[in-house]
Ligand binder design. Structure first.
Ligand code: GRF
Length: 210
């Protein structure tokens, strides 16, 4: 299976997926890492691992629709089974999202449906939350919505700041994102009535059927 990962910056979640794919010998390859920013830090890591990279700069396009159309064209040259958004900081148009329906994942640093959008750590602190987290979800047209696949939870500690929360949460993101991508690759994610069901591995269900 082919995975295309989209980034805008540091790309540490992309790196976690790349590492897990290799270390665990997934039946999948990272076909490309694509950034909307030419200076995204993660591009160098991808290149160092021999992964093809591409840049589609949103600044080169007058409208979101034109940018998304070009991005889709570039992504599709890699024939992806799955598109992974990893710190990809662009709002996507409905036709783009529709094109990858059921085969595009995102990670958002909050316990969705709480705190969609930006500044999630500050939002969690402002709301007096005792718990914070991150969510891997399928991407649907509405920003930071869509069926949740996996969540990681961390406690909010006395003296926490947005930066401290972000750093502790990032370590958890690096665990759940590879896990969620692997479940997808193993065909273990089923979307039913707008929710994700995680099914046993194909081998197990075949064994059960016999
Ligand atoms: C992560 O916190 C992710 O949840 C959010 O943006 C950050 C990206 O970090 N959407 P990185 O580029 O994966 O290091």
């Amino acid at each position: 299976k082919n995975i295309v990962i989209l980034i805008s910056g540091r790309g540490s979640n992309m790196e976690a997926v790349v590492r897990a794919a290799q270390a665990e010998g997934w039946p999948a390859r990272i076909a490309a890492v694509i950034s909307n920013k030419p200076d995204a830090g993660g591009l160098a890591y991808a290149q160092s691992r021999g992964i093809p990279t591409a840049v589609v700069s949103n600044k080169d396009f007058a409208t979101r629709a034109e940018f998304d159309a070009r991005l889709q064209e570039v992504i599709d040259t890699f024939q992806p089974d799955l598109v992974v958004l990893a710190g990809f900081m662009r709002i996507l148009t409905a036709p783009f999202v529709e094109h990858y329906a059921g085969r595009m994942l995102n990670i958002h640093p909050s316990l969705l449906p709480l705190f969609p959008g930006l500044h999630t750590h500050q939002q969690a602190l402002d709301a007096g939350m005792t718990e914070h987290g991150a969510t891997v979800h399928f991407v649907t047209a509405e920003l930071d919505h869509g069926p949740s696949v996996l969540q990681a939870r961390i406690p909010v500690l006395p003296g926490d700041t947005p930066d401290l929360l972000a750093a502790r949460l990032l370590a958890e993101e690096h665990k759940i994102y590879p896990r969620a991508v692997r479940l997808f690759i193993e065909d273990r994610l089923v979307i039913e009535d707008g929710a994700v069901r995680i099914v046993e591995s194909m081998d197990r269900s075949r064994a059960d059927a016999i």
